[in-house]
Design a protein around this ligand. Structure first.
Ligand SMILES: Cc1ncc(COP(=O)(O)O)c(C=O)c1O
Length: 450
């Protein structure tokens, strides 16, 4: 065991060291060689060191360098060294973090991390929280609590009786709601298309004036802070004012919620504390390893009612918080450990610096590309930049050529009818020098692409 675990640490450190200089996309030859990891199920055991060596030999070169400093695809954080190291230790602990009585250290770390997060993001301190796999499931969790609460108010117990014959719930989403939010609504029986879609403005924000004026019965409004294309944030305070106190207001803040931790960006997310539930990711802007998402719910009773279970064999009675009382999963990894370590190491100032830096870097991308004559489609207020290199075909060609060149990696999108390259700056590892290197590559490739 000693030799194996020391070997893997050495290999992982070498892998991470090499990321800054290798091409970001996986080597096509390495991808073609993945067959070496395939084959038939072996009948007999192999030396674990050989298994590991094979994994590293064939697997590592076939990875996308998402943990490196110049990956700007989707919205992907890296992994802070302290969070990765804590994750390794927690994996060695192998705690099935459901109940405090059984796994006290990981349950307590989660509880502390939750308190720190509510302080950092300045959300109501009475919120309950769930440590889940990502914003997708965090949306599901927040909306499950919402479904419970709005139906309970009209005398319906949805966990007991389901939705058959239940009073209808009006569900309102923005035209550019993230597909995972829509999927969560479907999973909850609220329907992917049985929703009112509110038109958005030129940045993708829900138009408050277009919200229905009157509702009768239960209503859930789904706002978004951090549009996956533009980074734009809905005006949650205005939505609350328009919707009134009775509507359940849920915020999908997969990455935008972290603007709360950065003084220069807080104005973008002012008023979100008036919502009832919030979903975000820790694997995006907090830069902890995959997978790690967070749901916060003001009405702890509603969340617990939606998620908690009991059984004679489960040690549910506890003086401290039981993590599984708030999550869809019973058995679960100790996600709070990585988050605790990231927050303990960075502190408020470190988180703010990381977010401010990434936003400043996004602005630098936007300004330099605009100065070079390319069209920036969005207001670069947060960490997302949408750039068009001419028409759709040329933009696609530039994206493909840039991915092939390998200095950095950006994906494409079509937003409000326009094809664009997305630049999402979301990593602790991205330095200003990385931004300049990436810009050099972008401009060189764009100019050389007909
Ligand atoms: C606004 C928004 N919501 C939800 C998600 C889904 O997050 P995850 O893939 O971590 O579940 C994303 C992902 O980028 C997002 O940008």
């Amino acid at each position: 065991m000693h030799a194996l675990l020391q070997d893997v640490a050495t290999r992982a450190v070498k892998y991470l060291d090499d990321l800054a200089e290798r091409k970001v996309a996986p080597d096509p030859q390495a991808v073609a060689s993945l067959d070496a990891l395939d084959g038939t199920l072996p009948d007999t055991p192999s030396d674990p060191r050989e298994v590991l060596a094979q994994l590293d030999r064939y697997g590592s070169p076939a990875t996308m360098a998402m943990a490196g400093p110049r990956f700007y695809g989707f919205v992907i954080g890296g992994a802070l060294p302290v969070a990765l190291a804590a994750n390794w230790l927690a994996s060695a602990w192998d705690q099935n973090t459901g109940y405090y009585n059984i796994t006290p250290v990981t349950a307590r770390l989660e509880q502390t991390a939750l308190r720190w997060l509510l302080e950092l993001l300045d959300l109501p301190r009475e919120c309950a929280g769930a440590f889940v796999t990502g914003a997708n499931v965090a949306n599901f969790v927040g909306l499950a609590a919402a479904r419970h609460a709005v139906l309970e108010r009209v005398g319906w117990n949805v966990e007991a009786d389901g939705l058959f014959g239940a009073p209808p719930i009006a569900v309102i989403v923005g035209e550019e709601a993230h597909p995972t939010l829509i999927k969560s609504l479907g999973l909850l029986g609220l329907g992917r298309t049985r929703v009112t879609r509110v038109p958005v403005d030129a940045q993708g924000r829900m138009r408050v004036d277009a919200l229905p004026k009157k509702y009768s019965g239960p209503v859930i409004i789904c706002a978004q802070v951090g549009n996956v294309n533009t980074g734009a944030c809905d005006d949650v305070a205005a939505l609350r004012e328009r919707a009134g106190a009775d509507a359940w207001l849920h915020v999908d803040g997969a990455f935008g919620l972290w603007a709360r931790a950065a003084p220069s960006r807080q104005a973008l997310v002012r008023g979100i504390e008036t919502a009832d539930s919030w979903a975000t990711d820790a694997h995006k802007w907090l830069n902890v390893p995959y997978d790690s998402g967070l749901a916060f719910v003001r009405d702890a009773h509603a969340l617990r009612a939606a998620m908690a279970i009991t059984a004679e064999y489960l040690p549910t009675t506890s003086p401290w918080r039981n993590p599984s009382d708030f999550t869809p999963e019973l058995s679960r990894r100790a996600r709070g450990v990585d988050i605790w370590a990231a927050l303990r190491s960075l502190g408020r100032d470190g988180v703010a610096e990381m977010i401010e830096r990434n936003c400043r870097q996004a602005q630098r991308f936007g300004a330099a590309l605009a100065a070079a004559g390319f069209e920036i489609l969005n207001d670069v207020a947060l960490n997302q930049v949408l750039v068009a290199f001419g028409d759709a075909d040329r933009t696609q060609r530039v994206i493909a050529a840039l991915q092939d060149e390998g200095t950095c990696w950006c994906g494409g999108t079509v937003w409000q009818g326009r094809s664009a390259m997305r630049i999402s700056v979301c990593s602790w590892a991205t330095t200003d020098d990385d931004v300049e290197r990436s810009l050099d590559a972008m401009l060189r490739v764009a100019r050389a692409t007909p």
